[in-house]
Write a protein that binds this ligand. Structure first.
Ligand SMILES: Nc1ncnc2c1ncn2[C@@H]1O[C@H](COP(=O)(O)OP(=O)(O)O)[C@@H](O)[C@H]1O
Ligand SMILES: CC(=O)N[C@@H](CCC(=O)OP(=O)(O)O)C(=O)O
Length: 250
């Protein structure tokens, strides 16, 4: 399987990608590593919902997604956020293609809790050969956090979930969850490393709130399923908080 690094761009993190972000991507590619990007954009979805007078409801970091909210989410993520990110790659001379679940059924998912969350899903299957074909052509896939069920129903998926599932499927050496904070803060200090056990404990002790809850849960799961390191960071030039198995801590 292609050696790959997965980078997830949170809504704010993907807005104006700095020079050193692309420097790192180019460095990895010069080392023969391929890169897959997953983008978020939850903040842009919420902004649009407010403009349209649609109530925003988030439960444990997941957006309650009615039929109307799903339509807004697709419009904002695939219509606005994704082309803007893909264009930033093109401006840097990097071949990139924006993708969503309907492209060769590349992400299949299941409902998480339909009575409470509506059309919210979790990725259950990644079309690895489809992504591999793009990577072999030296193209960077820029993937939207949406999935289709086996019966072609659209699902709104948390972007960290999407990135973690893709990283698991590729047994990625690293997964970068880029966000608007430099890492995880515990008792007022940024933490540089966490073992799986330490990361799993944080939620229990109420250290994590909002979107950080699913982020850390999915990161733990990704490491359990074979991803070597997950970095929660605000830039590729920073290590941020590294979650890894204790025995391979760097
Ligand atoms: N213990 C914590 N350490 C750092 N950030 C935290 C913590 N608990 C909650 N957060 C919040 O998580 C946010 C990042 O998650 P989220 O808003 O979902 O970002 P993104 O859209 O980039 O995925 C931070 O802005 C911060 O307010
Ligand atoms: C189910 C669910 O919550 N989906 C997210 C998808 C976007 C996302 O995750 O964006 P960030 O990573 O920027 O937060 C949402 O609708 O906001």
């Amino acid at each position: 399987m292609t050696e790959c690094i997965v980078v997830k761009l949170g809504g704010i993190a993907g807005k104006n990608l700095p020079h050193h972000f692309f420097q790192k991507i180019r460095y990895w590619k010069s080392q023969g590593k391929q890169v897959i990007v997953v983008h978020g954009g939850g903040n842009a979805v919420s902004r649009m919902m407010k403009k349209l007078n649609v109530q925003v409801q988030i439960v444990d970091g997941l957006r309650v997604t009615s039929k109307e909210v799903l339509a807004i989410t697709k419009m904002v993520l695939i219509g606005h956020v994704q082309p803007d990110i893909t264009n930033q790659f093109l401006e840097q001379g990097l071949a990139a293609v924006g993708l969503n679940a309907a492209d060769q059924h590349c992400l299949i998912g299941d409902y998480v809790n339909k009575p409470v969350l509506g059309n919210v899903g979790s990725v259950s299957k990644v079309n690895v050969p489809f992504f591999e074909n793009l990577l072999k052509e030296d193209i960077i896939p820029i993937v939207a956090p949406l999935a289709l069920t086996e019966f072609n129903q659209w699902l709104n998926v948390n972007a960290d979930d999407t990135a973690c599932k893709i990283a698991e499927s590729f047994k990625a050496e690293s997964l970068y969850l880029m966000t608007d904070v430099p890492g995880i803060k515990v008792d007022g200090s940024w933490v540089s490393q966490l073992s799986l056990e330490e990361a799993a404990e944080l939620k229990k002790h109420g250290v994590l709130t909002g979107g950080m809850i699913p982020k850390v849960e999915h990161a733990v799961c990704a490491v359990q399923k074979g991803v070597s390191h997950v970095h929660i960071t605000d830039g590729l030039h920073e290590m941020g908080t590294i979650i890894s198995r204790a025995e391979v801590r760097v």
